[in-house]
Design a binder for this molecule. Structure first.
Ligand SMILES: Cc1cc2nc3c(=O)[nH]c(=O)nc-3n(C[C@H](O)[C@H](O)[C@H](O)COP(=O)(O)OP(=O)(O)OC[C@H]3O[C@@H](n4cnc5c(N)ncnc54)[C@H](O)[C@@H]3O)c2cc1C
Length: 421
């Protein structure tokens, strides 16, 4: 008798979970990881993964790099191969859009009229590329780069003898410019701010990026406003600048940031502030609805404020955390932000959030193309950033996470291995 009891309990538990349904909205990177994790954690209930793109969950970083340059096929970005859906028992709904969340009835309503009930709902709706509403914006083709389709549309223009104007000197804009140059196309980057990637990196890194792009033949215009768009006499698109000059080209690419897809959440009455507000367990203001990835806003102890992380690392790790949290596992997701960018073979990485109040310690010579800037509060490293310094940055990450005081002189000395600190 006593030996049977645990078996009965286990069977009852399995039956109960089989009746459960977890719906994931958005089949991008975060959604893909959430679905995969539910199964990895032993969830045997129904998992419905609704994505409005026709593709399986995939990673986007290669879309501005290897896929755009034609050195990798779009399929190489897929997180889950088609056969994995059956193997994992996922109810994947490609090309399906969730129109509405009915919190009272605990169900989502799809554009095709289907209604899917949920016990837990995970929002992984990401974001979309920001557009411009300047004069002429509706009369010339304006490329953006967010999806596989976007990369496919832009790739043919990146060829010798062709030219692009990139509006926006942030990460996407710079990666597109780099890929264009590597493919032999001309590229102009128009940035309204006084330096590149101003929102995310310190001035020394902006200068490094500027020098790199100029050395590769990119014309970079800083502090340059865009007034509108037009079609030239030869039918080519034209970017009209605030100083009265005009740039004719074969394609205009907007790289001006992301708009979080939080409309579903807002319409459902969830607390939002530039994205869906979540806690360290990925719960929104409704405990049965979680959010992860580019759409989620959370307090981040490393930044000392709430933020929305737009990064590969966060999409994966928060997708995993949300799935575990939906299953009632202990979760405390407070990541040290990590971001990287690849341009012309240069790999730049950032750990943490470099701040104006930090003391900066430089290790290595910028002229060599490989160096690290450490950001310290007192003697403790809070953030680090650097090009072509992956090994040092791995150690930097440990220093940041360990909160250990360091000797700034030794930190600055490339002869002292960081492992000794
Ligand atoms: C070109 C590019 C290059 C990048 N490079 C880097 C890099 O080098 N390093 C780095 O760290 N990060 C990089 N990133 C950022 C990283 O890729 C993103 O942070 C990550 O893809 C976010 O994943 P996500 O799942 O949150 O959102 P997404 O990948 O955007 O997925 C969200 C999905 O939800 C769908 N969806 C939205 N609303 C609905 C709805 N109502 N119903 C159904 N489906 C819906 C969307 O269509 C989309 O498919 C890059 C991003 C881009 C676009």
């Amino acid at each position: 008798m006593t030996a049977e009891r645990p078996q009965v309990a286990a069977a009852a538990c399995t039956d109960a979970s089989a009746a459960r349904t977890i719906v994931i909205v958005g089949a991008g990177q975060a959604g893909g990881w959430a679905a995969r994790t539910l199964r990895a954690e032993g969830f045997t209930g129904r998992v419905v993964l609704v994505g409005d793109e026709p593709h399986p969950p995939h990673e986007r970083p290669p879309l501005s790099k290897a896929v755009l340059s034609g050195t990798a096929p779009p399929e190489s970005t897929h997180l889950l191969k088609p056969e994995a859906f059956a193997a994992l028992g996922l109810d994947w709904r490609p090309g399906a859009q969730v129109l509405r969340i009915d919190r009272a009835a605990r169900q989502v309503v799809l554009a095709d009229g289907a209604v899917v009930p949920y016990e837990k709902l995970i929002l992984c709706t990401g974001g979309r590329a920001r557009r411009l509403t300047l004069p002429g914006a509706d009369r010339v083709p304006l490329h953006t780069l967010r999806t596989i389709g976007d990369a496919a549309a832009l790739a043919p223009v990146l060829a010798p003898g062709r030219s692009i104007v990139v509006v926006g000197g942030g990460w996407i804009g710079l990666e597109v410019a780099a890929t264009a140059r590597q493919r032999g196309a001309d590229a102009v980057v128009v940035e309204t701010q006084g330096r590149l990637c101003e929102r995310t990196v310190p001035a020394e890194i902006s200068d490094h990026l500027l020098a790199l792009h100029r050395a590769q033949g990119v014309r970079v215009l800083l502090g340059a406003g865009v007034n509108g768009f037009a079609t030239g006499g030869d039918g080519r698109p034209v970017v009209q600048l605030a100083d009265g000059s005009a740039l004719a080209c074969d394609a205009i690419v907007l790289g001006i940031g992301l708009v979080p897809n939080d409309e579903l959440a807002r319409a459902a009455g969830l607390a939002c502030d530039g994205g869906v507000l979540v806690d360290a367990q990925c719960h929104s203001s409704d405990p049965d609805i979680l959010a992860a990835g580019d759409v989620a806003v959370a307090a981040n102890p490393w930044a000392g404020r709430r933020l929305r992380l737009e990064s590969w690392q966060n999409a994966q790790e928060q997708g995993i955390a949300a799935a575990r949290s939906a299953l009632g596992r202990a979760v405390d997701y407070q990541p040290l932000p990590w971001f990287w960018s690849d341009q012309y073979g240069m790999n730049l990485q950032i750990y943490g959030m470099p701040g104006a109040a930090h003391r900066v310690v430089r290790r290595g010579d910028p002229a060599s193309g490989s160096f690290v800037l450490f950001y310290l509060a007192g003697d403790v490293v809070q953030a680090a950033i650097g090009p072509n310094a992956a090994r040092d940055l791995r150690f930097a990450r440990r220093l940041i996470e360990q909160h250990k005081p360091v000797d700034a002189e030794r930190l600055a000395d490339p002869g002292t291995p960081l492992s000794r600190l």
